[in-house]
Write a protein that binds this ligand. Structure first.
Ligand code: HEC
Ligand code: HEC
Length: 261
């Protein structure tokens, strides 16, 4: 009898709680999507404009040891030399402009650019601004190679450890599908003025596109088009990227994928 009572309580609990639980899950799901977009273009612009007030880049007393220490946190996802991984789930961040790195981390912190996995590692109490600037400079200084140097691995003085370190700092983006000729023409005409002839960025506020995972770049283009990220302050509706067909963008990204070969 006792057992039966316990069992029926259990059934009762299950019957009453299950529908409300699933409803709750749905509500949080909805809330999240609303929250993700709960900001205006002006909010995004405001965050970017305050970077110069938050960080004194020019007069900062750079501490490489702190940069290295903080980078070990970032490396948990972005890998030891900031090269990213998991086919672009984690983007390459090595060599990116200091100011761009700061801007993006602050946008994440202030929930103006979606990134749930990274948040807990970059909140100000975890990562004070001085240390954030150190790691941004540290990452900016990492120059990733796109090809391993030619050496004879069977030579007597072959240094396996050095070779392993070199391999870890080499990032080869696989060639993306698309028409390279059309992509090159479009890239030179439409993207080069800001992202550079070789996709190297401007080392100020425009990121490099060369040596970045194609899947990651696609995801960002989708975010620009859907208004979750701001590409250009002067074009808040993103008329620019919206004016290209999917095929044209694919051709551009195919060309970008071979830029640092
Ligand atoms: C728990 C995983 C995780 C950790 C740790 C992490 N990140 Fe990230 N980071 C991500 C993910 C995921 C993205 C991509 C978000 C997207 O797809 O838009 C990202 C994106 C970025 C970007 C944007 C790059 C671009 O080109 O737009 C920057 C900058 C960045 N991270 C810096 C850092 C720094 C600096 C640290 C260390 C202080 C760090 N991240 C630690 C997961 C992480
Ligand atoms: C007027 C200058 C300008 C032009 C032209 C331009 N971009 Fe950008 N692009 C930027 C800036 C600035 C950013 C950084 C936005 C931010 O701060 O979040 C960016 C970011 C990006 C990103 C995200 C990279 C990352 O690491 O997260 C992609 C992808 C991109 N641009 C693609 C393109 C393509 C493709 C073209 C040409 C069709 C193009 N852009 C033309 C200025 C420009």
């Amino acid at each position: 009898m006792k057992h039966f009572k316990f069992f029926s309580y259990f059934v009762l609990f299950f019957l009453t709680s299950t529908p409300s639980l699933s409803l709750m899950a749905k509500e949080t799901e909805n809330k999240q999507t609303i929250e993700e977009n709960n900001y205006s273009t002006q909010d995004l612009i405001d965050v970017k404009h305050k970077i110069d007030k938050l960080f004194n880049i020019k007069e900062h007393d750079y501490d490489e040891d702190i940069g290295d220490e903080i980078n070990q946190v970032c490396a948990g996802c972005h890998e030891e030399f900031g090269m990213g991984g998991k086919d672009g789930k984690y983007p390459r961040i090595a060599g990116m402009p200091v100011k761009y790195l700061l801007e993006q981390v602050v946008l994440f912190r202030e929930r103006k650019r979606p990134n749930i996995p990274m948040l807990q590692h970059v909140e100000e109490r975890e990562l004070p601004n001085d240390e954030l600037l150190d790691v941004a400079i540290y990452l900016n200084k990492i120059k990733l190679k796109s090809r391993l140097s030619k050496i004879d691995e069977s030579a007597p003085d072959f240094d396996a450890y050095a070779r392993l370190q070199e391999a870890k700092a080499t990032l080869q983006i696989p060639r993306a599908k698309g028409d390279l000729k059309k992509g090159k023409k479009l890239y030179r005409k439409e993207c080069k003025s800001c992202h550079g002839k070789q996709g190297e960025g401007d080392n100020e506020k425009t990121p490099m596109l060369a040596g970045q995972y194609t899947k990651y770049l696609w995801r960002q283009i989708d975010m620009f088009i859907s208004g979750k990220r701001l590409h250009d302050e002067d074009d808040p509706e993103e008329e620019f990227l919206k004016s290209f067909s999917h095929e044209e963008l694919q051709d551009i990204l195919a060309y970008v994928s071979i830029l640092d070969d």
